[in-house]
Design a protein around this ligand. Structure first.
Ligand SMILES: Cc1cc2nc3c(=O)[nH]c(=O)nc-3n(C[C@H](O)[C@H](O)[C@H](O)COP(=O)(O)OP(=O)(O)OC[C@H]3O[C@@H](n4cnc5c(N)ncnc54)[C@H](O)[C@@H]3O)c2cc1C
Length: 429
């Protein structure tokens, strides 16, 4: 069976909006024998995929994007109430500059979306030791680089942190800095809005389609087959399947690990302490503990806290994605020592969210070295969402073979198993 997207039915808008059951009927019954061949087929509508689809459509190509189930998919890494947008990358000026450019574009996207989905609430990087100590190298180098690039991070020492942000336990975080040019994006909602926008531009969006196999003629990729029985044909196929990417393209497995990370949403009994401006996005000595989080979400009324650490290696389909009792205990322990007023508040939601980690932590955006008509846009490595405003053009440039110096960092590369992950904020015990 081959499906066509709602907009390709050419139905009047009022019918599309008001007649869900009619559309369902059409979608489940239409069989098209000669499905059109697209210029580009994007597999996966997380943030890597949807931004690529939009970019290529803007370049006037016929583009389709497929995703299992619904978009945003509940299990996608991009789907959550928020993700940090920050430019603090330790000594890595490449990502600092790219994130800085993205933040400017995030403001434009708020206008494009017609609602504020990027919230510039600032970022407090709190340290347990002096920023001069070796242990706080990440914060110190980030701070110095921000200043050297003309930004204005505010150094906060001693009681300043718990005075300005009273939820913090007094006397624990004694140094750090606050940077106002940072915040968070409502990530699931961003994917939803971008998908809507893509549809308006003419991207053909197919939900409920799961790629299982490349269609090939010798070394030329012609499209993909899906579990649901459809075959999508395209001049060029781009795999943006997040944690599933190394399973669709097994030759990537030596260079990528899929790791699961516990995420907690807590309902505060004292919401005023956790609402912006009383709390910004924060890292709680992250490079030594992994913990970071957000102020209370303006609509969901919960606080999201997670751990940017090693995580658990797991298979995206075969393994259970659960948060364990041990995760909960370590989270409660963190709360007692950081936000005592939250320590006994109810955890209302947990998930184990999957990073598609490359061994060096850099994204993986390149054409396949041995198969033509195939590009990979994946390897978000736990820090990709903030770069949404440039991901689409990076991946489209790779697919179109357009010179882009930034892509040098993301090329297909033969990483040895002992490669060290480079993102300095990540807590690697
Ligand atoms: C807990 C956690 C916290 C994070 N925090 C931050 C943060 O604060 N800031 C930040 O910048 N980044 C953060 N990240 C990283 C960021 O979320 C990811 O880098 C980014 O979302 C990856 O996007 P993606 O499109 O590659 O993958 P995904 O969002 O996972 O999207 C992949 C899509 O492909 C689809 N798919 C899978 N298999 C198939 C198939 N066979 N056929 C078709 N489609 C398929 C999936 O359904 C999914 O929709 C975090 C990640 C996690 C897990």
């Amino acid at each position: 069976m081959i499906l066509i997207p709602v907009q390709a039915l050419n139905l009047p808008l009022f019918l599309i909006k008001n007649s869900g059951s009619i559309i369902d009927y059409f979608l489940s019954n239409i069989h098209i024998c000669n499905m059109k061949k697209f210029d580009f087929l994007i597999v996966g509508a997380g943030i890597f995929g949807i931004t690529t689809a939009i970019e290529l459509r803007k370049r006037d190509y016929e583009v389709c994007i497929i995703n299992p189930d619904k978009i945003p998919h509940p299990l996608a890494a991009s789907t959550d109430i928020n993700k940090i947008v920050r430019m603090e990358y330790g000594s890595d000026l490449f990502y600092l500059e790219m994130a800085n450019e993205c933040i400017d574009i995030w403001h434009n996207w708020n206008k494009l979306f017609g609602e504020t989905l990027y919230h510039e609430v600032g970022f407090m990087l709190a340290c347990r030791a002096s920023m001069e100590s070796e242990k706080q190298n990440f914060e110190k180098v980030s701070y110095n680089h921000l200043i050297s690039k003309g930004h204005q991070p505010e150094r906060m020492q001693g009681e300043t942190i718990s005075t300005r942000f009273p939820a913090f336990k007094k006397g624990v975080y004694i140094d750090g800095f606050y940077h106002k040019k940072a915040g968070y994006a409502e990530s699931g909602r961003v994917v939803e809005k971008l998908t809507e926008y893509g549809r308006q531009l003419g991207v053909s969006v197919f939900e409920g389609q799961t790629a299982i196999e490349l269609v090939r003629s010798n070394n030329q990729v012609l499209g993909i087959k899906t579990k649901e029985g459809a075959e999508f044909k395209a001049g060029h196929t781009i795999i943006c399947a997040g944690a599933y990417t190394p399973y669709l393209i097994p030759e990537l497995q030596p260079f990528m690990n899929v790791t699961g990370h516990a995420v907690f949403h807590v309902k505060p009994s004292r919401p005023e302490l956790f609402s912006y401006p009383n709390l910004s996005v924060f890292s709680a000595d992250t490079s030594n503990t992994g913990w970071y989080g957000f102020p209370m979400h303006p609509h969901e009324k919960v606080i999201k806290i997670a751990n940017h650490g090693v995580g658990l290696k797991l298979h995206p389909e075969k393994d259970e994605r659960v948060v364990t009792q041990k995760d909960v205990e370590s989270f409660r322990h963190f709360l007692e020592n950081t936000f005592p007023s939250l320590a006994n508040d109810p955890i209302v939601y947990t998930r184990r969210c999957l990073y598609c980690d490359t061994l060096d932590g850099d994204f993986w955006i390149d054409q396949h070295p041995n198969l033509s008509g195939l590009t990979i846009g994946a390897g978000g490595s736990g820090h990709g969402f903030k770069m949404a405003p440039v991901l689409g053009s990076l991946i489209a440039n790779a697919a179109e073979n357009i010179e882009d110096p930034r892509l040098n960092r993301f090329r297909w590369r033969a990483l040895s198993p002992d490669t060290i992950l480079r993102e300095e904020v990540r807590f690697m015990e």
